[in-house]
Ligand binder design. Structure first.
Ligand SMILES: Nc1ncnc2c1ncn2[C@@H]1O[C@H](COP(=O)(O)OP(=O)(O)OP(=O)(O)O)[C@@H](O)[C@H]1O
Length: 125
């Protein structure tokens, strides 16, 4: 039978994972600042629904990549606390995944915001 209390507990645990990430990981603080900045800029420039769809996908993608990267980092640290070439590979691959998502997110943001900025410039004169 569906247990609503268990479902809420799972959500609460997942949320606390995100909070721990923000508290402990420097990159997550950068993602948080970028997320807030993008939302503020998007609201200011008046992004349309379809544009918010892409922006939100990009933001969620970066957060997902960072969460998975940090999970893999922790598992790697547990399995191989000493220096190991495979541990290095695992961490570097996971970090690469975050970089790929961050570059794509920056591309999406530029692609969406530049035409808005351009229109602002043209019609402000
Ligand atoms: N056990 C290890 N064996 C070999 N190389 C490692 C090991 N641990 C870390 N490294 C190398 O050092 C780099 C930095 O590792 P670290 O654990 O500090 O993560 P990080 O990249 O600083 O992540 P974050 O800043 O998100 O905490 C890794 O990307 C990897 O190249």
């Amino acid at each position: 039978m569906f247990n609503i209390a268990k479902a809420f507990r799972s959500i609460s645990i997942a949320w606390s994972g995100i909070i721990t990430l923000i508290k402990e990981e420097n990159n997550a603080k950068i993602h948080l600042a970028s997320t807030i900045l993008v939302i503020v800029v998007g609201m200011n420039l008046g992004f349309m629904a379809i544009e918010w769809l892409w922006i939100s996908l990009a933001i969620a993608g970066v957060w997902m990549a960072e969460l998975i990267n940090s999970a893999l980092e922790n598992i790697t640290n547990m399995v191989a606390p000493e220096h190991h070439p495979l541990a290095k590979k695992a961490k570097d691959f996971a970090a690469g995944a975050v970089l790929v998502m961050a570059i794509w997110a920056a591309f999406v943001f530029c692609l969406i915001s530049f035409p808005h900025l351009w229109m602002r410039l043209v019609f402000s004169n």
